[in-house]
Every structure is written in C-alpha cells, then in structure tokens.
Design a protein around this ligand. Structure first.
Ligand code: NDP
Length: 289
C-alpha cells in the first residue's frame, strides 16, 4: 500500500476558543476508529473570519465548527445553509460536499437527541418553557417546534430579543410559540413538561448563580434541562433534583451535537461512549459512559 502521511482536517473557529473542549472528544473518536483525522482548535478574530473560511477551502478541510462570535457571521461565507439552520439563523457546523461548504446547526438536534435518548422523553405534544433568547435558545426552540411540541414559551429578560425570537420562529415553523417577559422570579406553569435553561446563568466561573425560577408549582413529571455544561451539575439542576424532578445536563447536548457533527464529516458512526469519556475527562468531571 502507498504511504499516506496526509491527515484529514476539521477545525473549530472561535474567539475566545482555548477552553472549548470539542477537540478532545472528536480526536478521541478519530483515534478509536483508527482514522487519520485531526481537529484543530483555531483562534479566529471576527475580522479574519472570511480569510479563515477561504483557508478552510484552500486546505481542503472536511468541515469545521463555529463558535462565539462566528455562528451568524459565517453564513455569508458558505455556499448553502441547511433549512433548519436557516430558521435558527446560525450555523455551528460546516460540512464539505465536493467543493461546496454547507452550514448546519447541530446544537438543537444534539439537545433533542439527549431529551429522547438520555431522558427518555419524546417532545411531540409536550409543553416546553425555554429560558433565554440567544443562540442556544433559538436552536433548542426551533428543533422543539420542528419535533412537534404542542406549546412553547420563550422567557427572556430583554423583551425586544425574546419577542422577536418568538414571533420569528412562530412565523417560520408554524408552531405555537409565545413570549413571556422575565420579571423577578418566573413561576414554572403547572402544565409544563420541559423547562430548559438556555441562558448563560450558572456558567463557570459564576457557578453559584441560579436562574430566578420557582419550581414549587411544577408537576412531578417536569424534565429540567440545562444548556450550561461547565459545570454539568448547575444550581438549577441541583434544585430540581432536590424536588425529585428528572434532569438533563448540558454535557448531553454537547456530546450529541459532536456526535452528529462527526457523522456529517466522516460518514461514520462515532463511538459515543469514547466521546463522552473524553469530554468528561477534558472538563475534569466524572460521568457514566
Ligand atoms: P447568548 O449570549 O447568545 O445568549 C445568552 C442568553 O442568556 C440571553 O437570552 C440573555 O438574556 C440571557 N442571560 C444572560 N445573563 C442573564 C441574566 N443574568 N439574567 C437573565 N438572563 C440572562 O448565549 P448562547 O445562547 O450562545 O449560550 C447560552 C448558554 O448555552 C451558554 O451557557 C452556553 O455555554 C450554552 N451552550 C451550550 C451548548 C451545549 O452543547 N451544551 C451549546 C451552545 C451553548 P438577554 O437577551 O436579556 O441578554
């Protein structure tokens, strides 16, 4: 067999990006499958994003992730954006098809996969409350709407952003999405089936912060989810557990968005336990793989 010293390349473009743990789990999966692929974590300032995408084309990257602050700006540099990523209005994963770069969004899909697989809940016909109106909230709300959620309430501190997101997603998905302004403590309605924190409240280093929500009126079947993955056990999840409620942490969403990305890039099924263990190790926490 002819020698081949050329690795296939994927990457993550962001700023700041040094603490992004995705590379650890993708490289572990490549190694476990014996693939000569590399995941490069690359600091790209906003005014060099166009150059970075041209570089990706020149180097023949098989794809790349985009993180803060590039998820929206990257779209103008791509050849195509997948329909759900267009509804979300952001791209976190780019794949290459021939010479074309296609934008996808795997954040909300990763979240849904966790809800179904790890929490055993089918969102179809369920009533959900999404806290936040940023990129993560948009991705989660869009995929919940497309998965047939019966009712979606977007709760956000800034009314302009929350209202615009609810109206835009309702128009684009046809799903019943309403906005509720977050003033003081938000009382979780008794008929809610899912509560998702998609704000950055509780994110390291502000680990003692807790979204101001009152779980007292929640039904016992409520599933409480957090997009924050560092730390995985947020104060919100601890409070929910203390009430005997089911919880889903942000590691689940992070792993599954990576699993979906791996498949889009390589066309192969990744070893999910390897990815979970590598991510947990990278974040310095222990989880069941
Ligand atoms: P954005 O900056 O786009 O949005 C932040 C949201 O949090 C806004 O709705 C903002 O409200 C709200 N918020 C922030 N601070 C407060 C506060 N003190 N009180 C009330 N609301 C607040 O961030 P992203 O959507 O990109 O990320 C949100 C979280 O999701 C982060 O913790 C991120 O790490 C996590 N995430 C996790 C992923 C995973 O795979 N697990 C993937 C992507 C993100 P306002 O509009 O009023 O400012």
């Amino acid at each position: 067999m002819a020698a081949n010293f050329k690795a296939e390349l994927v990457a993550c473009f962001g700023q700041p990006v040094a603490e992004n743990p995705t590379g650890a789990m993708q490289e572990a999966a490549f190694a476990a499958l014996g693939l000569n692929w590399r995941y490069l974590t690359v600091e790209v300032p906003p005014d060099r994003l166009g150059d970075a995408v041209r570089g990706a084309r020149a180097f023949g990257l098989r794809g790349f992730n985009c993180t803060i602050p590039h998820k929206v700006a990257v779209m103008e540099h791509l050849d195509e954006v997948a329909p759900d990523a267009a509804v979300i209005g952001a791209v976190n994963t780019v794949r290459r098809a021939g010479d074309r770069l296609i934008g996808e969004n795997t954040d909300g899909k990763g979240f849904l996969r966790g809800v179904r697989q790890d929490a055993g809940v089918d969102p179809r016909g369920r009533r959900a409350v999404v806290l936040g109106a940023g990129g993560a909230a948009r991705a989660i709300a869009t995929e919940l709407a497309l998965a047939g959620a019966a009712d979606l309430v977007v709760v956000n501190r800034s009314p302009g952003r929350g209202e615009a997101m609810a109206a835009d997603l309702a128009a684009k998905t046809g799903a019943p999405i309403r906005f509720s302004q977050w003033r003081g403590t938000y009382r979780v309605p008794e008929d809610a089936d899912l509560l998702i924190n998609a704000t950055s409240i509780g994110l390291y280093p502000d680990v003692e912060a807790m979204p101001p929500v009152d779980l007292a009126g929640a039904r016992p079947g409520l599933l409480v989810c957090d997009a924050v993955f560092n730390p995985p056990e947020t104060r919100l999840l601890a409070a929910a557990r203390a009430r005997g409620l089911a919880v889903l942490d942000g590691l689940s969403m992070l792993v599954y968005q990576g699993v979906i990305g791996f498949r889009l890039w390589t066309g192969q099924d990744p070893p999910e336990p390897v990815m979970k263990t590598a991510l947990a190790r990278a974040l310095g926490v222990m989880i069941d793989a």
